[in-house]
Design a protein around this ligand. Sequence first.
Ligand code: T1G
Length: 683
Amino acid sequence: MSVITTERHDDVLVIISNNPPVNALGQAVRQGLADGIEEALGDDSVKAVVIRCDGRTFFAGADITEFGKPPQGPGLGDVLDTIEASDKPVVAAIHGTALGGGCEVALACHYRVAVPSAKLGLPEVKLGLIPGAAGTQRLPRVVGAEAALPMVVVGNPIAASKAQAIGLVDAIVGEESLAEEAVAFARAQTDKPVPRSSEGTANRDGVENPAIFDEFRAKHGRKLRGFDAPAAGIEAVKAAGEMSYEDGVKKERELFMGLMGGTQSAAMRHYFFAERAANKIEGIARDIELLPIRKVGVIGAGTMGGGISMNFLSAGIPVTILEMEQEALDRGTGVMRANYERTAKRGRMTAEQVEQAMGLLTPTLDYDDLADCDLVIEAVFENMDVKKEVFAKLDSVVKQGALLASNTSYLNVDEIATATKRPEAVLGLHFFSPANVMKLLEVVRGEKTADQVLATAMKLAKKIGKIAVVAGVCDGFIGNRMLSPRQGQANALIMEGANYWEVDEVLLDFGFPMGPFQMSDLAGLDIGWHRDPTRIESIRDALCAMDRRGQKTGAGFYDYDEARQRTPSDDVKKLIADFAEKQGVEQRDISKEEIRERLLYPMVNEGALILEEGMAQRASDIDVVWINGYGWPLYTGGPMFWADTIGLDTVVAGLEKHKERLGENFRLSQLLKDKAEKGERFN
Ligand code: T1G
């Protein structure tokens, strides 16, 4: 079955793509479009053309799987030029998501009609690219530079109604009558001169008011820090106002090829597929029957329990939340309502939606109210005895067939399961704080967790908007297990004389949102502190004893001004030196290069050990965890892809060089060593 077919509707030729799952513009589709347009232009009885797609969406972009391979003609840009050059009106009939090259196809058409639920966008920047088929030149000529900038540089799609408001869509048609209304629309244009996007003049706004580019940079600078593509996107949109269309297309091509050849785009394309691969559980059929989740129970109405509950309430799933005391229960539900109301204040929810969500919440002090839940998640104190007590209680109260999950961040899920008579129903659901905001969810597969239970949890995660990764039962699962060696090295480095602010700077420069000592000050240095100022067993004890407990006391590792701007403290530098001397640790100057190697290489090694032990299904899952849970910079692809990029032999050599300082528990991964020796990659 050809991916492109044509249909005659009297004097209108309809070109239809059927290339599941998302009508990606692979070679056969491009060729089919070119053939379809040729057929239309070569037949005098054809007066107008419609281009539409079967399946769930209009073209969702170039076929990303073709990237990095030798290009196959016809090029999308050439096909689009042929479409635009037609003297017969060509109408794009849009449903689903017209993205990337798909939006560029629509722009090359003379008109665009869309159903109300359709979205249009140029998300190439999320792949470390910019549009490569004249999108950066046609779009500003149709909607203006100011409206084009966010679409090209931030890359979020816009709704059909917004697209119509800015002139990108000409008509909104019935949700169920796109095909016929598009034909009628096309027929109604036959006796008019065709409007060509490349001849549009809306881009004049960027010439008359060039300040819009700097204003845009200023507004979005922080979020786009470290990424190459956004700057290229701004340059391309600017060129649309300053250059001829032909020269602008050349400029776009030059910028596009520069990005395509760079490491950032390879990393971000890797991540695109990695995020989707994480959903797949090796060895479990994708069509396994899932358990129904109609009602969720959450135990604990603290920060985690409340945040976890909000995920389900926001997805329309009723939650029964249990606490031991009425006061704690009221406080917890009050915090949830306050969180929703804050979101509504920012315009991201309506007041009705707040009431709808809170209306699905049933607070209780009685375990028996959890009996008919399909899933119960405990988010109680991180203590094994407490967890076991809770699970024993759940085992006696909750109906058979329910999932019993722990939100533990490091306790042994298999041991928790022994407190029940149904270990096959037990798993870990490790949410990251704040649980209603952070996308990452580590789904911890116990030794006895049933396939159906695991698959149900993974599907449910997607429904509540989480990015779920399957983790095995080990200390810290995937994320925290790799955080541990980095934290250990950070502490060792400052004892050995590294400036703690330089440790933070190395990670900030690498692209992390924050370094370990900034994080400690933010969280509070007195978490878990024994509160005895005379007992100084660590640098944190010493700081707490000096009442330097972090941002909340105006000083921790750093001094903070009223705006919470941080300044390194000589007193703290001296405090660390004195403490090191007492511990008999000799201090020395330590370079930022050594700091970076000792912070990051042991993480890669730990990731390799996780793979060796089967605690993660694949290396790319580890990348997904660290990008979504800990702010590893997306434009490097995650720890394992980054290691591939710099070379596993470089990582091994670095670990060998520092091995005396990596701590007595350090163990070089055999998998990492073998791959390095064979010149292989993780991904
Ligand atoms: N190419 C190849 N495969 C794609 C694809 C694409 N563009 N988009 C999706 N897939 C696969 C995906 O890997 C998954 O496969 C399946 O389709 C379903 O996707 C020239 C250069 C459209 C919003 O960036 O945003 O055009 O896992 O699970 O959640 O200027 O897919 O089933 O085997 O994501 O319903 C620009 C990327 C490309 C859009 C649907 N376009 N796709 O989301 O399903 S560059 C994009 C998406 C470009 C031009 C430039 C989403 C979606 P599998 P899914 P979904």
